[in-house]
Design a protein around this ligand. Structure first.
Ligand code: CUA
Length: 161
C-alpha cells in the first residue's frame, strides 16, 4: 500500500525559502537595470598584446586620440611607470570616447575623475571602455593601483571643451 504524503516544511523554513528566492529575483533585476537601463559596463579584456613590443608597434606606438567621425573618438592610452601616454587629450563636449588602455610594464589603474570610468590596466591585456562626456571641464585621469615610488605622480588630463 502506498501512502501519499506531502513533505513537511517548517513555516520558518518556508519563509526563508521565500526570502531567498525574493533576493535572487531582486539581484537579477538589479543586474538587468544596471546593464540595460543605466548602461553600466563591466570592463573586459579586449585583446592581448605583447607588453615588450606594444610601445613600438601598433596604435600604442603613437598613443592618443583618433577621430573616427565628428564627435566620436578612440583614445589609445599607454600606461608605464610612472606616466600615462598621452599626458593630455582634448575633445569637444558631447563626444563619445572609447578608451583602449594597456601597460608596457607593471599593473596600473585608470580612473577618470568625476566619471564612472575606472579600470584596471594589466600588462599584456587591453582594457576597453566607452564614455560620453557632455559637461565641459578638465577631467584628471589617475593611476589607482600602487605601481611603485612615483605612483602618486602618475596622472594625465582630459580636456572637454
Ligand atoms: Cu601606475 Cu600607480
Amino acid at each position: 500500500m502506498t501512502t501519499k504524503q506531502s513533505m513537511h516544511i517548517d513555516p520558518y523554513e518556508k519563509n526563508w525559502i521565500r526570502l531567498s528566492i525574493g533576493l535572487l529575483v531582486m539581484f537579477a533585476a538589479a543586474v538587468a537595470v544596471a546593464g540595460f537601463a543605466l548602461g553600466i559596463q563591466v570592463p573586459t579584456s579586449e585583446q592581448r598584446v605583447d607588453p615588450k613590443t606594444v610601445a613600438e608597434v601598433g596604435p600604442w606606438a603613437n598613443p592618443g586620440l583618433r577621430e573616427l567621425s565628428p564627435g566620436k573618438y578612440e583614445a589609445y592610452v599607454l600606461a608605464q611607470t610612472w606616466q600615462f601616454m598621452p599626458r593630455e587629450m582634448t575633445v569637444p563636449a558631447g563626444s563619445e570616447i572609447t578608451f583602449y588602455i594597456t601597460s608596457k610594464d607593471v599593473q596600473h589603474g585608470f580612473k577618470l575623475q568625476d566619471t564612472n570610468l575606472n579600470v584596471q590596466i594589466v600588462p599584456g591585456q587591453v582594457s576597453k571602455l566607452t564614455i560620453t562626456i557632455d559637461e565641459p571641464g578638465e577631467y584628471t585621469y589617475i593611476c589607482t593601483e600602487y605601481c611603485g615610488l612615483a605612483h602618486a605622480a602618475m596622472f594625465g588630463k582630459l580636456i572637454v571643451e
